[in-house]
Every structure is written in C-alpha cells, then in structure tokens.
Design a protein around this ligand. Sequence first.
Ligand code: NAD
Length: 302
Amino acid sequence: MLEPMKQMSTISLDGRSLAALLQEEERHYLSHLLNAHQLPKPKLCVILIGDLAASLTYVNTKKVACEKVGIEAEILHLEGQCSQKQVIETLQKLNKDPLVHGILVQLPLPPGMDTATILDTIDPLKDVDGLHCMNAGRLVLGDTRAMIPCTPKGIVRMLQHYKIETTGKHVAIIGRSSIVGRPLSILMSHQAWKGNSTVSLLHSKSENIQEMTQQADIVVAAAGRQKMVNSSYIKPGAVVIDVGIHRLADGSLCGDVDTASLQGIAAAFSPVPGGVGPMTVAMVVENVLTAWARHYKAREPK
Ligand code: NAD
C-alpha cells in the first residue's frame, strides 16, 4: 500500500521577537558604552515632509524604537508644500551638528522633489538609511564602511538567525527598488557580505517570473503587489520572505505573499505583520548606533 505523503511543517520567521531581542542587545551595548566613557547620547533626526499617514506611522515607530534603546530621536516635520531648498538647508544644518549622529529622510518625498539630490545631501557618515550614493557604491564594492539599507540588512539578519543557508543557493528576488530588491541582491550575492548566493533579480519587465521563482531556494517578494506570490511560485521546501505591506479595507495588514497557500509546502515564511517590518526598524536603531560609534571611534554594535 502507498504511504500517505508526509506534509512539510512550515515555520513562521518571527521578526517581531528577533527584533525585540536585538533591541535588548542594543540597549545593553549602549548603556555599557555610556557608562564606560563620557560620550554624548546618540541622536537620530528624522525629516518627515507632508502628512502621508503611512509615513507618519513609520517615523513614529522608528522614534519609539530608538528611545527604547536610549537613543534620542527627533522628528523634524516639514510642510508638504516646503521647497527642496528648505529640505537641503535643513539637512546641511544637521550634517554640521556634532550632536546629531544619524539622519533619515522619510520616503516617498512629495512630487516635484528630487529624491537622489536630497539623499545625496546627507553626510554619508550619518546616512542611517544607507541610500547616499557613496554608501550604495561601498555596498556594491563590499566595503565594510558602507551603511547598509535597513530592510535588506534586516532580511539577511533574519536568515542568519534562523540558520538558513545562503551559500550556493538560488535566491529569487521580485522587485528591484533601490531600497529593497537591488541592495538585497548585492548582499545576497557578494562574498564580502557573506551572501554567496546565485541571485535572480526579477522585476516588472521580467518574463517567466514563476519559472524562475520555482527554481529558487529562497524567494523574496518585494513587488508591492498584494498576495502576488502563492504556492504556484515556489518549490517544496523553499523559504519565502515577504517584504510587502498593504493595508486592507478592514484596517488589517497583508503582504506580497498569500501565506495560507504556503502551509505544508514552504519550509518557512516571514509573516506580515511581524516579519520583515520589525527587523527593518531594528536595523535603523543598529545603524544609528553604528554611526554614533564610528563618530567616537568606539566599538561598533554586533
Ligand atoms: P517599489 O514600488 O519602489 O518597487 C517595486 C518593484 O517591484 C519594482 O522594481 C518593480 O519593477 C517590481 N514589480 C512591480 N510589479 C511587479 C510584478 N507584477 N512582477 C514583478 N515585479 C514587479 O517598491 P519598494 O519600495 O521596493 O517596496 C515594495 C513593497 O515592500 C511595498 O509593499 C512596500 O510597502 C514594502 N516595503 C516594506 C518594508 C518593510 O520594512 N517591511 C520596507 C520597504 C518597503
């Protein structure tokens, strides 16, 4: 008689608990250094332009996370109608302020503003989002002085924590944005960043996306398309990372992955909410501490 097929047990990659653990380590790290040395507290300044509800939520979440760890965090809220010149002048002041160690401009910017010009105004040493062209270049070159963008960094940290092997594996990333897909493709493929994977970077012009993802050991969904990825996109035993965030009419959140369809097929998936989102915030905190430690030539966080 035929044995019934054994179903794989699918685990959920708990970004919320891992982020809480990392934040506790970050709090200890900071209080230890502040007790041992006469150093000013780290300070993050976040520039928020306009009143986009999602942006307001994100900046507040980052502020609360920083404060929990002992970092001072200030939100500079500029009106949506402010000029690009005003934003640039604000950044130049923050660049010069020796007591500001991290600067972040919440994206997206209002229409008419040039994102690259504004991001490149930030002092690269204070650029905790890692989006200044110098940090992007250092990331590509595998130069460890790079500030690494928070979402890709959080994904890599999550894979490492769960001991998900990446060396020699095929990673398919859906989405090639400068803040998620592209920097992640570099981290995952580079020897210097210990990714060592073979990466397929897929996007809106890619053909046969499903054929590519079905061959992948790790699939990262970062297309901004609600529940686009389902079981037909993956091979049995694959790990699926969901980057997407979508607010539904009932106020709940979902991602780019139809996670219910992965049960018993995927080895693991990151949930939305509670997966990549909290890891991104934990990496903002870590990058502020890194910028602060580098400024005072102190030991960097792990
Ligand atoms: P983006 O709009 O800048 O980029 C989307 C990318 O997906 C583009 O490269 C595009 O070519 C590709 N794409 C779009 N439709 C596609 C399709 N049908 N097939 C294949 N590729 C397609 O978005 P982003 O800023 O990278 O964000 C992506 C998603 O991740 C959004 O839902 C966003 O809210 C979310 N996000 C989450 C976090 C977090 O911390 N969890 C951080 C950043 C972004």
